[in-house]
Design a protein around this ligand. Structure first.
Ligand SMILES: [Zn+2]
Ligand SMILES: [Zn+2]
Length: 191
């Protein structure tokens, strides 16, 4: 089971039911929304004015308790890791926790007309991408594969919410084996 933990989502909470359905279908798991029991403000970095996604992953990891095997945090705040200006999200590779943000996914952020359809699509893709990392998937070079790395928001629009055949095989293999979640966080670009 996957716990969907929204925090500071702002006006985008209407995207959550669709996201839950997408994740359930993609990974063949039950997805349940849970309120956070941690204080996300502890991850706020005053000097950067952003939230440290590495700290959030640690907090989300503590939200994971039976029957939940994985936890995905969804937020509207801006995320960073220390070597990058920002990340769309981050995940533990072959681990249990992932986080994704809508902050840099909205068209209006780039001076374009708002599009709730585009925002929904981008969030779903980035969430599948991050949860894919928790299944042990690394970045993929297949043109439309959801595990392709995205640095810019336009790159998210070029891929699909689905895995290529090779990544799909990997996910199915990972889903079928018992997993010892590692505490190792994934340094790759969360996009
Ligand atoms: Zn792939
Ligand atoms: Zn990634």
């Amino acid at each position: 089971m996957l716990a969907l933990v929204p925090f500071f989502v702002g006006e985008h909470s209407d995207l959550l039911p669709g996201l839950a359905a997408r994740l359930a279908e993609t990974f063949g798991v039950t997805v349940d929304e849970r309120p956070p029991r941690f204080d996300p403000e502890l991850a706020f970095d005053v000097s950067r004015g952003q939230y440290n996604s590495r700290i959030l992953l640690g907090q989300l990891l503590h939200e994971r308790r039976p029957p939940f095997g994985r936890v995905l945090g969804v937020t509207g705040v801006d995320l960073f890791i220390h070597v990058l200006t920002f990340v769309f999200g981050e995940a533990q590779l072959d681990g249990a926790a992932a986080v994704v943000s809508t902050h840099r996914l909205a068209s209006e952020r780039y001076g374009l007309p708002p599009s709730s359809g585009l925002l929904r699509q981008r969030l779903n893709r980035e969430a599948v991408h991050e949860v894919g990392h928790t299944y042990g998937l690394v970045h993929c070079h297949a043109a439309r594969c959801v595990m392709r790395s995205s640095t810019y928001v336009e790159e998210i629009d070029l891929k699909e919410a689905r895995f290529c055949a090779r990544c799909l095989t990997e996910v199915r293999r990972a889903a079928g084996r018992p997993r010892e979640p590692t505490a190792r966080a994934d340094d790759r670009r969360g996009a």
